[in-house]
Design a protein around this ligand. Structure first.
Ligand code: SF4
Length: 209
């Protein structure tokens, strides 16, 4: 009986017709689909503008996100905001930001495969509603879970490049180093600023076509 109620609620979230409906239903759902439900404070659906053409996908909420129920508001989020501001993008106005999983993993570990799979229908619903033209992935974990078909890759070669993923036609992808990884690594930080310039040039080229 309880299981039926849970399934009904998940179906209801996935049947949402507007973004606000989806966000509210998921945030209030008390979703029990994976083990992360046991340690979270809040389900963290997103931050930013659901009408934006650029969607940002990180791996999971951290401590601040879990407490505030907003994606990328911790230190990593601030680093990302600064880098995007340097290319003229306001992350709250020009981007819609979410994560592979919507609940914080204990100790900020990476989400496990079963957790990413359990949460995937919600991410797919976000993609369906937002219909982004550009998808920025933050870190190798986000890329691995979005595109399991890409079996092996090196972030050194992949980060900062634009590419397609056949399962998501109509969107161009770019993967960045995770902002948390650049705190203490000046080489990665410099690379990330360079990658932001590539994104800026791409956005400029697309808008002038
Ligand atoms: S991570 Fe996703 S699937 Fe797991 S409990 Fe949270 S909302 Fe549900």
């Amino acid at each position: 009986m309880k299981e039926t109620m849970v399934l009904d609620r998940i179906d209801e979230i996935l049947a949402s017709r507007t973004y606000d409906e989806f966000r509210r239903r998921l945030a209030d759902s008390d979703c029990p689909r994976c083990a992360l439900c046991e340690s979270r404070t809040h389900i963290v659906v997103s931050r930013g503008n659901p009408k934006a053409k650029i969607m940002v996908i990180g791996e999971a909420p951290g401590e601040k996100e879990d407490l505030q129920a907003k994606a990328f508001v911790g230190r990593a989020g601030q680093v990302f905001d600064q880098i995007m501001a340097s290319i003229g993008l306001d992350t709250n106005r020009d981007m819609y930001i979410t994560n592979i999983v919507k609940c914080r993993p204990p100790g900020n570990r990476a989400p496990q495969k079963a957790e990413a799979e359990a949460c995937r229908p919600f991410l797919e619903k976000q993609l369906q509603i937002i219909r982004p033209k550009v998808i920025v992935l933050l870190g190798a974990t986000a890329l691995r879970y979005i595109a399991p078909g890409i079996k092996s890759f090196s972030m050194k070669e992949k980060a900062g490049t634009l590419f397609d993923i056949p399962a998501f036609p109509g969107a161009k992808f770019m993967v960045f180093y995770h902002p948390a990884a650049v705190f203490y690594n000046s080489t990665l930080r410099t690379a990330m600023w360079e990658h932001a310039k590539i994104l800026k040039q791409f956005l400029h080229d697309v808008s002038s076509r």
